[in-house]
Design a protein. Structure first.
Length: 328
């Protein structure tokens, strides 16, 4: 990202933003504000830059990893776009408009209990009251939510790295970048290579396959063999993501011929954004949670499933900050 004219014009505003960030950090550092600890270990997943960097698939993969290590994980998230800041528990039948598309997706993909709320401490306590079997909590997009004490944190970077190195709004950074990663941090790159000087691990991103929208809602697994059914057809690819081009590129890499339909991040799909005569449409899982199969008419809507494969070295580094055995 270049330090262009607009970025330079916004630089004084970013200084004010940086001063506010530093002042808040100082309040916690000097004990004038206190971080609250949940009765179980907490792992925070977040990013340094604004916009999507792969936090949701990271949370899903991390949930699966911790479960394979014997933990019973639960997830807390703010729930972007909710009409309320109050704490709520996510159910299979909860509309995405009430809890946010990403929390509903994380619940559906992992079957882990999920609580949403602006106050992640309150969300964590509510989650543990309802699900006492949970012995570790993952906080989605909680890197800057200092009120929740954490045992470890996973910092996710994409191809942007730290951008132009400036804070919002002159640059993409939510907080200043130090020479090395903060303590108890594990760095994850979802771009095939490291994009900052920080030591980290490269995640393997892949499309696990596609499935019809009705099958996806029924919990049937995606299949990569289904791509063959669309070979030779022109398909409309719709994506309500912060960075939809990555999704489009992955579909082309899978051998599909697509027309791109980028949509605003967290698009609400109150109205279908494609023509009524569209034959085949592929969407992301984040979009699928807002689509009712019965409302698709004659259009065949397919859902593409994205998987992250966390490298063994990532798991080893993370586990050093967590109990060797889950609480009983």
């Amino acid at each position: 990202m270049q330090r262009g004219v607009l970025a330079r014009l916004l630089l004084p505003v970013s200084w004010l933003y940086g001063a506010a960030v530093a002042a808040r950090a100082a309040l916690f550092r000097h004990g004038l504000k206190h971080a609250s600890r949940l009765p179980v270990p907490v792992v925070v997943v977040g990013n340094m830059v604004a916009g999507g960097a792969g936090k949701t698939p990271t949370v899903i993969a991390l949930t699966q990893l911790l479960r394979s290590r014997g933990f019973t994980p639960g997830i807390v998230s703010r729930g972007y776009g909710r009409p309320s800041n109050e704490v709520a528990l996510v159910q299979d039948s909860t509309p995405a408009s009430q809890v946010g598309d990403e929390p509903l997706l994380m619940h559906r993909r992992t079957s882990a209990p999920v609580a949403v709320g602006a106050d992640r401490v309150g969300a964590g306590l509510a989650l543990l009251r309802r699900h006492p079997e949970v012995d570790i909590v993952i906080s989605d997009d909680g890197l800057q939510h200092q009120r929740l004490a954490r045992d470890a944190q996973v910092i996710v970077f994409d191809e942007r790295g730290v951008g132009n190195g400036w804070l919002l709004p002159a640059g993409p950074l939510r907080e200043p970048v130090t020479q090395s990663a903060p303590p108890r941090s594990v760095v994850l790159y979802n771009t095939g290579q490291a994009t900052t000087p920080w030591h980290g691990h490269v995640v393997a991103r892949r499309l696990a396959g596609i499935s019809l929208l009705s099958d996806w809602w029924a919990g049937k697994p995606a299949s990569d063999s289904a791509f063959a059914e669309l070979n030779g057809h022109q398909v409309l690819a719709a994506a309500g993501l912060a960075r939809p081009q990555r999704f489009f590129d992955m579909l082309r890499k899978a051998g599909l011929s697509i027309d791109e339909l980028p949509l605003p991040d967290h698009h609400d799909f109150v109205r279908l954004p494609w023509p009524a005569n569209a034959v085949d449409v592929i969407v992301t899982e984040k979009d699928a949670v807002k689509l009712n199969p019965e409302d698709m008419g004659a259009t065949r809507v397919w859902v593409a499933t994205l998987d992250f494969e966390l490298p063994p070295a990532f798991a080893s580094e993370l586990m050093q900050w967590l109990p060797s055995h889950p609480a009983t």
